[in-house]
Design a protein around this ligand. Sequence first.
Ligand SMILES: NC(=O)c1ccc[n+]([C@@H]2O[C@H](COP(=O)([O-])OP(=O)(O)OC[C@H]3O[C@@H](n4cnc5c(N)ncnc54)[C@H](O)[C@@H]3O)[C@@H](O)[C@H]2O)c1
Length: 367
Amino acid sequence: MEEVRYGIIGVGMMGREHMINIAHLRNEGAGATVTCVADPHVPSQQQSLDLAASFNWSLKVFSSHQELLESGVCDVVIVSTPNMTHFQILMDIINHPRPHHILVEKPLCTTVQDCNKVIDAARRRPEILVQVGLEYRYMPPVAKLIEIVKGGILGQVKIVAIREHRFPFLVKVNNWNRFNVNSGGTLVEKCCHFFDLMRLFAAANPVRVMASGAIDINHKDENYDGKVPDIIDNAFVIIEFDNGCRGMLDLCMFAEGSKNEQEISVVGDIGKGEAFVPESVVRVGMRAAGRAGVQTVKAEDKRIKYDGLHHGSSYLEHLHFLSAVKAPGDRAPAVDLHDGLLSVAMGVAGQLSIERGRFVTIEEVMG
Ligand SMILES: NC(=O)c1ccc[n+]([C@@H]2O[C@H](COP(=O)([O-])OP(=O)(O)OC[C@H]3O[C@@H](n4cnc5c(N)ncnc54)[C@H](O)[C@@H]3O)[C@@H](O)[C@H]2O)c1
């Protein structure tokens, strides 16, 4: 496969970030182009056409993913539509007679049941590669911390604490992200990234989740067709893993006055590592050396040609995806359907825990 032809389903904010990433890959001679997009929203279609024109691409624009799949003008598809549409679109792609490799935005689906149906369908099409867009793994300081943890110098990881203090959810096309029924809830929509990271750092699977959260500040004065948003804007979530490791997420979405958006702390029996985004700094210290021994390093990845809105992580995600597409059979997707499923399951368990006021086991949400 010389030049990989991409079709992008959903060209809102994230779909256009994908288009720009592919333009940069193409500039680097990586053999990639976008031939078509599908989106029913005319302003999004127009923005994608403007973008394509700026890259001198001719772009076919469809209103539905079915038309895009029938067109035969792409080999791989990116699904960057609202979360509640992922399930049906994925099923239609996977069940289409012509195989298309897939990069699907997180969350894989909004429910565990739908994730499982997608996994079952994909199992019947082993020639199709499916990668899930949990790209926080690639942010340079996060990737550096993962490398440090996997290198073993911190010892056996016992605690993973992730703080995300940031701005409120952005406005989206038709305000889909204002309601749990569309997004899966804040702990699924946003925090699946952090649950995925916790699994990586802990090198273990989650057993049970306890969460407390509420909608305290944001979106209270908004109203859409008579409905007020129901998405939580802050939460504390505790996750217990099957190797005894504990994770904690501290989420606050009315914290614009933060220097960093994410602060990640991983503590083992020998030492501690921390990553700060967007400062792009990593700190490492050993218990034996104490505070004086803490080292600070700047994290960067020279491969990044476009920062986008995610500090270059979606560019790196594309590098991984493209190399997997070009070497099917040899290379597994960097983030697979099982990773996608578990990150959703942890979010669903967290949402349910808030609702019920008790621990929720992963077994319970896996049904
Ligand atoms: N990986 C990340 O860090 C990250 C960041 C932002 C968004 N996302 C994910 O990307 C996806 C899109 O989010 P966004 O911020 O771009 O939203 P958006 O509202 O800006 O764009 C979504 C686009 O999809 C279109 N769309 C809706 N239904 C469609 C359908 N059935 N077929 C084709 N197009 C359809 C909309 O018209 C819109 O243009 C979501 O799943 C979101 O969770 C991921």
